[in-house]
Design a protein around this ligand. Structure first.
Ligand code: ADP
Ligand code: MG
Length: 598
């Protein structure tokens, strides 16, 4: 019940409302089925004893009103009637089942999309302490499991429950004693099996989640670092790791299948025994076959119809219990994180990418920051003033906090103390402030798409500005290479993660990407560190051309890279230890001198 409730809460109110016609269809389906069984009764009764047409008032009325003159013709009519009702029942059942699958299919799509959005709109910090392969797995396989493992079975359970209840009510009307006896017998068997199996099913459900996580993790790790895997010859280790997960997954699947069919296997002989006992009891009570026959026939038909429903109840109940862990985790992900903006706001955001005005200064006042995973501050009371259209360099040893500092300036990370002021005022809307930046990371992520698409990243082809693409590529020193050496020019695909490009070429695509939007502030986070000095000089010349028309933040470990900066800031273990232009620092700072020598 808890899993079903959670699954229902994962649906939007509108989706829950859409359930109503479906449930109504299921109710009608149950009634139709009983009508099918009931319509069989008069036929059997007349077969067993034709004289009943004269004695039974309702039958007699139909017989005379419709003007039948032979018992056989009447029998054909009754038989055809029963057949028609059952055909209609079957057709309706097919329709409702189709509706059910369609509903589940659409929910799978919508729920997946909702979850993807939910993840995507989380602040940057969320992705620092979540494994991205786990997020992908949730998106691809767990949404499916919630739909196929809980939403669909829950609908089926409702259908089975209602159909079974309708049959039982019908039997109750026909003969309360027999109905009560069947309800007690079947109910007891059901309860015993369910409670006996439940803990096992829960255990295997947990196990399957863990195994699935292992499978995904090991495969994405191996493919993600394929070069290291090859060089180190670690294929067997990763294959073993994947194999462990896959084997556990397979084992639990087998156990689950066995458990879900176990009740059916037990129920089959028991229900046959019950039917035999029932026939014997009816015979003993009525004394003759002819009198017992209609009742026996109806019970036989009803029980035969009841069995699949009970079986369905077991099967779907087991399935839900098996996937309850998945619902829990998806439910937690959906409810423990802030929701994405409403559709209205998203549409607005897509249209208006208006930048927050930046007129004179960005100022950091006493900014400190610590990552949630470790208490030690990575930035320690940083004070810094960046004037518009100047170039500022950050230098310092690896791990001193340079990347973290620009992440804070770009509002990807929220400082734990201190404040950031733009033109003297706090930043009101983070999104609009971020639009001012062009960011070139140390390692560029290229998507398996054309060079042009990678430069105009995230922009649909029809909105791409080829002029801007080429302009950015020229500044990044990439244009000649693209036009001169690539087979399809800007349309050449770069391969998965840019595998067909060299490190230097990838970096230059990244620089062009940052420049495409003509940002006010360009941040280069060791963006040229992977380039050889000749290429780096060429790129830096291009960057120098932008100096004093743009605000530029350069992070570098080579001092020569920041030589031309208006201001160089030296960081040491999260503290600002020196600040000044190149010659001042060279003259005044011992550490800077030693760094400059390298
Ligand atoms: N996601 C993270 N979680 C915890 N600690 C981190 C994280 N990212 C970086 N750090 C730590 O913060 C410090 C500064 O890192 P970083 O800003 O990347 O340094 P730099 O760019 O100067 O090399 C390092 O000691 C690093 O270990
Ligand atoms: Mg860094």
């Amino acid at each position: 019940m808890d899993s079903i409730r959670k699954a229902l809460r994962l649906l939007t109110p509108r989706e829950r409302r859409r359930l109503i016609p479906l449930l109504a269809g299921i109710v009608i389906m149950g009634i139709l089925q009983v009508a099918g069984i009931g319509s069989f009764a008069p036929f059997v009764a007349v077969v067993a004893d034709p004289s009943i047409v004269e004695t039974q008032p309702i039958l007699n009325r139909i017989y005379t009103e419709l003007g039948f003159d032979s018992h056989f013709a009447f029998l054909v009519f009754l038989g055809a009637g029963a057949f028609a009702v059952m055909l209609f029942d079957a057709a309706f059942r097919i329709l409702v089942t189709y509706g059910l699958h369609r509903y589940a299919g659409n929910r799978r799509y919508m729920m997946g999309l909702r979850l993807f959005r939910q993840y995507l709109y989380q602040p940057y910090g969320y992705f620092l302490d979540h494994n991205t392969s786990e997020l992908s797995k949730n998106l691809l396989s767990e949404v499916d499991q919630v739909i196929n493992g809980v939403v669909k079975p829950a609908l089926h359970i409702f259908a089975e429950l209602f159909s079974a209840a309708a049959i039982l009510v019908f039997l109750l009307v026909v003969n309360p004693y027999v109905a009560l006896a069947s309800a007690v017998v079947f109910g007891a068997i059901y309860a015993a099996l369910t409670f006996g199996i439940r803990p096992l099913v829960r255990h295997y459900g947990k196990e399957v989640r863990e195994a699935n996580r292992l499978r995904y993790k090991s495969s994405s790790e191996a493919f993600g670092a394929i070069k290291d895997v090859k060089i180190l010859g670690k294929e067997p280790a990763f294959a073993r790791k994947y194999g462990e997960g896959a084997k556990r997954f397979a084992k639990t699947q087998a156990a689950k299948r066995m458990l879900s069919t176990l009740p059916v296997k037990i129920m089959k002989p028991l229900s046959m025994g019950f039917a035999i006992a029932l026939i014997l009891v009816l015979l003993a009570v009525y004394g003759s076959v002819v009198e017992a026959l209609p009742l026996v026939a109806i019970y036989a038909l009803a029980v035969q119809r009841l069995m699949p429903h009970l079986r369905g109840l077991f099967r779907h109940g087991t399935t839900i219990r098996y996937y309850s862990h998945t619902v829990d985790s998806l439910y937690n992900d959906m409810t423990s994180t802030p929701p994405p903006p409403a559709e209205k706001d998203r549409k607005l955001a897509e249209r208006a990418v208006e930048r927050m005005p930046f007129r004179s200064t960005v100022e950091l006042r006493g900014v400190s920051f610590a990552y949630p995973t470790s208490p030690a501050p990575v930035l320690d009371t940083i004070n810094l003033l960046i004037e518009k259209n100047t170039t500022v360099g950050f230098v310092g040893t690896t791990g001193c906090g340079k990347t973290t500092l620009v992440d804070v300036i770009m509002c990807l990370l929220e400082p734990s103390a201190g404040e950031i002021l733009v033109d003297g005022a706090p930043i009101a809307e983070v999104g609009r402030w971020q639009r001012n930046f062009g960011y070139v990371p140390q390692h560029i992520y290229l998507s398996d798409d054309s060079v042009a698409a990678n430069i105009a990243f995230g922009i649909p082809e029809e909105l791409r500005d080829q002029g801007a693409v080429e302009k950015a590529a020229r500044v990044a020193n990439l244009h000649d290479f693209v036009v001169g050496e690539l087979p399809d020019g800007y349309q050449t695909t770069v391969g998965e993660r840019g595998i067909r490009f060299s490190g230097g070429q990838r970096q230059r695509v990244g620089i062009a990407r940052a420049l495409y939007h003509d940002p006010d502030i360009l941040v280069m986070d060791e963006a040229t560190s992977a380039l050889d000095t000749v290429t780096e000089d060429a790129v830096m010349d291009a960057i120098h051309n932008l100096m004093h028309t743009k605000t530029i933040i350069l992070i570098a470990h080579r001092i020569t890279t920041v030589r031309e900066c208006d201001k160089i800031c030296m960081l040491e273990r999260g503290r600002m230890v020196a600040e000044g232009d190149y010659s001042t620092l060279l003259a005044e700072n011992e550490t800077f001198r030693s760094l400059a020598k390298v």
